[in-house]
Design a protein around this ligand. Structure first.
Ligand code: ADP
Ligand code: MG
Length: 691
């Protein structure tokens, strides 16, 4: 593949638009996008027609509005371009109206009570800030998805709203620093994606993987990740072929796949793209996950995107690298070299620190799913407590500001923290910390709590909105200030004083940190069911409303959807466990017992001691009885009713989940005493070392 030539060849990008659109239409399109004003129908018709011609030349026969409902994945409904003509032939047609708006039946998408089924109509609206592309011979048009009455039913709508809010408030602050050029501030994101690859045939034999994406049973294999021999290890040929194919597929789709490597756990890998604007990054991450699955399948592999496909070894996350950039290309989280830039940087830094402290619960909620519960707080993942890692130097600077004392840079170059002489510091001195959920990494923050299978939209909606809020509060003060510099420094100092409790540079995996965090009054929502109710707290509802990101009705409906999703996930897992335990494990163990008893009997016939068979049978029988009891128990708790969604969520986490754990414990013990050829499905050892 000639990468430079083929990169983005399946995308109706700026280059394609420039060559295919009349200059006036192209210009007015660009103007509309920049100012956020709607396109005229005449222009839309011209663009639609050019898009169609382009797509048909590349073999496309259909188009679809590609959207991101609350399921967390993408949705598409294809329509062909054909339009029959009188002479029995067809012409290929695509109108501006079809480009701009679609009206899919929305009744089967989660709406959290927003839309009764009798008002089933929803509509999709073109997001011209994310390019159309071709996938499966279908022209895909990225769209937002709303109810007939205008409520957001998707993840893109609030994401775009949150980007607008952030831009608005950040521009207010920039103006105060004398920046008159920037007209837009965009949050940028590069999301590193972790995943597992296992052999497809083994995958298909594991109904837990097929139904739930994670193994519900499986004893610890003799070898896991103890030797740390997988991380950055040389890539096996079959995996390499997959990675090359995946990169090429993504490049054609304009996804800038950049980094690939083996991760810590056996069979675990990572892909990272070059960062881009938040909404494109979100679309691209969805495409990346879809292509990972498809390309894996082509290579006889199964790609597991679940946060914890295997118990006891590392799970997968999605490191959401986040920063702010002006349309002039200035990164606002770049410390910079001049004091003036530093002051501006420090204000933006303070806004992020304050946002994360005040809305730590909201960030926790934004990553709360049943899958991620297995990961947050487990050994390799950031804890469920939100804190910020700033690194030694930045922390020292912040402390010196707080105490109005002089800051001495590492190189012993004295620097004063005066009113208008803020310190300069080199970016490279920020050290690395792998245990922090929210780490400053030089010129961006890395939010590491996002789950590997989740859309990154939720985390970024939260991040954009909470930072917009703090910038708005700062701007309110500074716009009224009589002495800007004085107020600015007072503001930064006060903010740091008030919110430094969220800064933690130590090891987040220790028990001491959990205690320390409690002393500092930080939240520790261990489970999704504990975290989600916080979403609808008054201050959060007000926050989303103030910035026009989500209306109170939308917030409540999203809460319902998230909690229901959690409940359904737990229940599907529980029913799958019951099914596998009863129909696969119990019978397999019975067959093995029978075999052992047969051997014991034969031994007796020739007057040999029937050992060790009898002892093994005894062990197995005890466990088999326990397995039976625990399946009965699980079924019993599963069939209870709860009075409300919230209560049901708590019940799933407090009662159903422990019953599942208990059942698993017994099944895993049985696996360890059952002969390999009797065990009904591939084991951890088989799967993790299968490729
Ligand atoms: P690290 O090794 O610390 O993870 P990398 O340079 O490899 O850092 O970057 C990781 C991810 O962060 C990449 O996806 C990269 O594109 C992204 N990234 C870099 N700069 C920015 C930025 N300004 N905004 C958002 N993401 C960024
Ligand atoms: Mg990283």
């Amino acid at each position: 593949m000639n990468v430079a030539e083929q990169y983005g060849c399946l995308v109706f990008n700026d280059r394609a638009m420039k060559t295919r659109l009349p200059k006036v239409v192209y210009n007015s399109f660009k103007k509309n996008v920049a100012s956020g004003t709607p396109l005229s129908l005449a222009d839309a018709n011209v663009i639609a027609n050019a898009m169609k011609d382009w797509a048909v030349e590349l073999g496309a026969t259909h188009f679809t509005h590609w959207f991101q409902p609350m399921t967390g994945i993408t949705a598409e409904k294809h329509d062909s371009f054909i339009s029959p003509s009188d002479d029995g032939a067809v012409i290929m047609n695509f109108s501006g109206k079809e480009l701009i708006k679609g009206e899919p039946d929305a009744s089967s998408f989660p709406s959290g009570g927003l839309r009764a089924t009798f008002e089933a109509r929803g509509y999709t609206a073109w997001d011209p800030t994310s390019y159309a592309f071709i996938k499966d011979k279908t022209l895909c048009i990225p769209t937002a998805f709303c109810s007939y009455t205008g409520e957001a039913l998707d993840k893109k709508t609030p994401l775009l709203r949150s980007m607008d809010a952030l831009s608005r408030e950040a521009l207010r602050v920039l103006r105060l620093f004398g920046n008159t050029e920037a007209t837009r501030v965009t949050s940028t994101v590069g999301s590193e994606q972790e995943y597992f690859l296992i052999d497809k045939e083994m995958y298909l034999k594991r109904r837990d993987l097929v139904f739930t994406g994670r193994t519900l049973f499986g004893a610890k294999p003799p070898k896991g990740q103890e030797l740390e021999d997988h991380y950055f290890g040389s890539i096996k040929p079959r995996v390499m072929e997959f990675m090359q194919d995946l990169d090429e597929t993504l490049w054609k789709l304009g996804v800038a796949a950049k980094t690939r490597h083996n991760e810590v756990a056996p069979a675990q890998h990572e892909l990272a793209p070059v960062f881009t604007t938040t909404n494109i990054a979100t679309d691209h991450n969805q495409l990346t996950m879809e292509m990972m699955r498809k390309v894996a399948d082509k290579h006889g592999l199964a790609c597991l995107l679940h946060e914890k496909p295997f118990a006891g070894i590392n799970g997968s996350g999605k490191h959401n690298n986040w920063s702010l950039s002006t349309n002039g290309g200035d990164n606002l989280l770049e410390p910079g070299a001049t004091p003036r830039e530093n002051a501006q940087f420090l204000l933006f830094l303070a806004a992020v620190v304050q946002a994360v402290d005040e809305y730590q619960g909201l960030l926790r909620v934004s990553v709360a799913t049943a899958g991620n519960d297995h990961r947050l707080g487990a050994n390799e993942a950031p804890p469920a407590i939100v804190s910020i890692f700033l690194g030694e130097e930045l922390t020292a600077i912040i402390e010196s500001i707080e105490q109005s004392s002089a800051y001495t840079a590492k190189a012993n170059e004295p620097m004063s923290i005066g009113v208008d002489v803020l310190p300069r510091f080199p970016k490279d001195t920020t050290d690395r910390n792998r245990t922090s959920p929210f780490a400053f990494t030089g010129n961006k923050f890395e939010f590491r709590m996002v789950g590997s299978s989740a859309s990154i939209a939720d985390a970024n909606i939260a991040l954009n909105t909470i930072v917009a809020e703090e910038l708005s509060k700062f701007a309110d003060v500074l716009e009224k200030a009589e002495d800007f510099t004085l107020s600015l420094n007072a503001l930064i100092k006060e903010s740091i004083k008030k919110h430094k409790r969220i800064i933690f540079n130590g090891n987040g995996y220790t028990d001491e940190w959990v205690e320390e965090a409690e002393r500092r009054g930080l939240f520790n929502f261990r489970h999704t069911a504990d975290a989600l109710p916080y979403f609808v707290h008054e201050e959060n509802v007000a926050l989303f409303k103030k910035h026009g990101v989500l209306s109170p009705v939308e917030v409540h409906s999203r809460y319902e959807i998230m909690m229901e999703h959690y409940i359904k996930t737990i229940k599907i897992e529980a029913w799958t466990m019951l099914d596998i335990a009863r129909k696969e494990i119990q019978p397999a163990v019975g067959r093995y017992t029978q075999r052992l008893l047969g051997i014991a009997r034969s031994k007796k016939e020739v007057e040999l001691a029937p050992e060790p068979e009898c002892s093994i049978v005894q062990k197995i029988s005890k466990l088999a009885v326990e397995l039976y009891e625990r399946t009965e128990k699980l079924e019993e708790v599963l069939t209870q009713d709860a009075p409300s969604t919230t209560a049901e969520g708590m019940y799933c986490s407090g009662t159903v989940f422990p019953a599942m754990q208990a059942l698993r414990e017994t099944a895993d013990a049985l696996e360890l005493v059952t002969a390999k050829r009797y065990w009904p499905f591939p084991t951890y050892g088989d799967m993790l070392f299968s490729v």
